[in-house]
Write a protein that binds this ligand. Sequence first.
Ligand code: SF4
Length: 93
Amino acid sequence: MNTNLARILERFFNVKGGKIKSRCKILWSAADTVAPDTDVGHWNLTLLDFGAKVCTARNPKCDICPLASQCYWFGSKRYASLSAIALYYKMNS
Ligand code: SF4
């Protein structure tokens, strides 16, 4: 468990891992629910690439992310922006 993988899991599942990510039971449990039964090494490397190129620490590329429809973080952001639009509409009508 490194910081990139922790960040993806925290965003996707809406969980907050502990300070020491490598020992956080919540994050390991989240990883266990989505990790494949075989070829875990390949899955791990894929997630590292994914964290470096798509779900980046700053400005994640949610618009091109294949996980967006299932990602809690993206869903809450979308909801927040819809709420902002609704509020703006209410204030200006
Ligand atoms: S939708 Fe965004 S926050 Fe969620 S996993 Fe994809 S890049 Fe990360």
